[in-house]
Design a protein around this ligand. Sequence first.
Ligand SMILES: NC(=O)c1ccc[n+]([C@@H]2O[C@H](COP(=O)([O-])OP(=O)(O)OC[C@H]3O[C@@H](n4cnc5c(N)ncnc54)[C@H](OP(=O)(O)O)[C@@H]3O)[C@@H](O)[C@H]2O)c1
Length: 275
Amino acid sequence: MNLGLDTRVLLNHGGDMPVLGLGVMESSGRKCVEAVKHALRIGYRLIDTAKAYGNEKEVGLAVRESGVPREELFVTTKVWISDQGYQSTLRACDSSLERLGMEYVDLYLVHWPVPQKRADTWRAMLELKDRGKARAIGVSNYYPHHLQEVLRASPIIPAVNQIELSPFLHPREVTEFCQQRGIIVEAYSPLARGMRMNDPNLVATAQKYGKTSAQIMLRWSLQHGYIVIPQSTHPDRIEENADVFDFVLTPADMAVLDNLHDGFRATGLDPSQAP
Ligand SMILES: NC(=O)c1ccc[n+]([C@@H]2O[C@H](COP(=O)([O-])OP(=O)(O)OC[C@H]3O[C@@H](n4cnc5c(N)ncnc54)[C@H](OP(=O)(O)O)[C@@H]3O)[C@@H](O)[C@H]2O)c1
């Protein structure tokens, strides 16, 4: 597998997307700008933000200061819960684009499955794609019962479903549903927010490959075909998290890591229970 930061996967309704990017959920101000610029300098091309993170302006600024041509980048943002519904989603996207200082985003995601709003929000997402404001559209935190609703109502299915996913939380009912339908699974909190780095199996695997626990977790996701968006504001960790393309976990080691699933949610949010 000859992979690297420039490796992309095809999306079901056209275009492609890098397999590894930088998450920026908990960074703000100049720290966020510098983290994004460092990531872009060393070759990251995917940046994952959201209205709810309050740092779209900083992401836009970092992109402009980086000098990397816009067309080389893949910028994701998301419509927050309180903005869902048809007109309000259209308005929310315009506001996000204004804050980012961009004409379009590469991927616009419905951040959370809100009951009674899903159909109208998705109609707006289709409209945003038609108008070229979002090159690709998708969802986040959708479980099969949420996805079924979208699939029934829409001629265009989500390109991506961004869910919490790590060796400790591997919801196969979601990943298999998506993979069978050509929906790319994107793993958020792929490092379980750093809370399980000392797991003995993870540490033993890391020692075996001369890698870190973080790198093993990311590599495990990539080998399952999931996109990963680890977050860090530390330059050395941003580099470490990208250095996952020079080794391959054996099927036996993948199986060891598959066995770590115990349903641990680092974020505490459980969308499977959302009606
Ligand atoms: N769609 C959603 O609902 C949703 C929800 C949550 C997250 N997300 C997205 O997913 C991204 C990543 O998720 P996340 O931030 O929750 O968790 P994560 O990427 O699993 O973990 C981030 C944490 O791990 C630490 N870390 C990063 N690299 C490390 C390394 N190599 N070694 C040790 N510790 C390391 C970071 O600390 P330092 O910063 O101090 O390095 C930070 O505390 C977010 O930024 C966001 O873009 C989406």
